[in-house]
Write a protein that binds this ligand. Structure first.
Ligand code: GLA
Length: 388
């Protein structure tokens, strides 16, 4: 439970600021069940929020400063003044950019924010594709708005978080991670239309488990490869004469095959088929059809490997190990790619066998260890009860 992080944040808050925090806020990380790289193509995604996230212990200040303490970086401190232009930090204070960027985005929208002391901790494994940064951004927006007496819809908090990534940190990411962190519901995945930002909760099948395995593959070149994929998709949309690949279908793609380079064709093929799979997966999940979900997840993985070319050998091996162990449901890489995590949606009764298979076969075949997390589909960001 994310709330289990409260005592750590409280202890640091009292030690550093000499008083109890006034409020606690949380925002979860996420795992994407299907719909990869479709978000910045105006398409569909089906993530769920997970029971790992960021907790902020907070109090208002009487001045216009924001003072940040990062418990997970040895109580590192960073501060800024809401009346001064916010600058991007490099080096030791880089983590504060997610907070600075979210704050800047909220102020750019005209929101008048109060000064605050924020003590931050989290348990989303960082750099593994489970959106620790989105959870930090959304927790920040939730905290600053609540302390300032501002009520915003989840989509506005999400857009502020995305702006922190795009306009402040410089990662050209889509809207999925922040939307699910802001708008997730307990025991539900969320079908998101990334063009309209319409959300539809989809209940998770009873007795199904969300099993996440961190491959521990070091993710190199993620940002540059991500941006290249994004560019490939924009190029393909231009060739096909559509606003975004969401507006293309297979017939249109095939009618342009001769005039398209191989890379543009393959990238567009992934996005077009992934959007179809995601729409179908939302229906299969709602119907509790783990078998169909599994087929779609398997197809998604192959498409990410062959068309979008974002998997790596160790991830493919991990997916194979779990695929040949589960009795129903599915498994695929999740997140931006080039390492990170795989997600399996399987009968709960498969958990022991999957843990055993990952512990034995994955090191044998790759020399790496996998970390297994059994996750619950969790609620999105919010205020948590103020007693530690
Ligand atoms: C990262 C980005 C998201 C999305 C995924 C791929 O998580 O932050 O916006 O593009 O990759 O589906």
């Amino acid at each position: 439970m994310i709330e289990a992080l409260k005592p750590k944040a409280t202890e640091a808050f009292v030690r550093i600021f000499g008083s109890q925090p006034e409020q606690f806020y949380q925002a979860p990380g996420r795992v994407n069940l299907i719909g990869e790289h479709t978000d910045y193509n105006d398409g569909f995604v089906l993530p769920c929020a997970i029971n790992h996230g960021t907790v902020i212990a907070a109090s208002k200040r009487t001045d216009d400063k924001i003072v940040l303490i990062a418990c997970d970086y040895d109580d590192a401190r960073s501060e800024f003044d809401l009346n001064q232009p916010l600058e991007k930090k490099e080096g030791d204070e880089f983590w504060s950019n997610y907070i600075r960027g979210t704050t800047q985005a909220l102020m750019n929208k005209g929101h008048k924010l109060t000064g605050a002391n924020l003590v931050i901790t989290g348990d989303v494994p960082q750099g593994t594709g489970l959106s620790s940064s989105a959870s930090l951004e959304v927790a920040t927006g939730t905290a600053l708005c609540h302390l300032s007496g501002i009520t915003l819809p989840g989509s506005e908090l999400a857009l502020a978080g995305q702006s922190a990534e795009n306009d402040f940190v410089g990662s050209n990411t889509g809207i999925m991670d922040q939307m699910i962190s802001a708008c997730g519901k307990d025991d539900h995945a969320m079908m998101l239309d990334c063009r309209s930002l319409e959300t539809t909760p989809v209940s998770m099948p009873e007795k199904a488990a969300v099993v996440i395995v961190n491959s521990n593959v070091r993710r190199g070149l993620v940002d540059s490869e991500y941006n290249t994929r994004r560019q490939n998709c924009e190029d393909a949309a231009r060739i096909l004469g559509v606003k975004a690949l969401r507006d293309a279908n297979i017939d249109l793609l095939n009618s342009h095959r001769e005039s398209m380079d191989e890379v543009s064709y393959k990238r567009a093929h992934h996005i077009i088929t992934e959007n179809q799979r995601t729409t179908e997966a939302a229906k299969a999940l709602a119907a509790g059809d783990l078998t169909r979900m599994g087929e779609l997840m398997a197809q998604s993985h192959i498409s990410m490997a062959q068309d979008f070319e974002i998997t790596v050998p160790a991830i493919d091996i991990l997916v194979d190990i779990i695929a040949s162990t589960k009795t129903d449901g599915g498994v695929r890489m999740t997140g931006g790619g080039f390492g990170g995590c795989v997600v399996a949606l399987v009968p709960e009764t498969d958990i022991p066998a999957i843990k055993e298979a990952v512990a034995r076969q994955y090191p044998e075949k790759t020399g790496l260890q996998g970390d297994v997390y059994i996750c619950q589909a969790s609620c999105g960001a919010g205020v948590i009860a103020s007693k530690a």
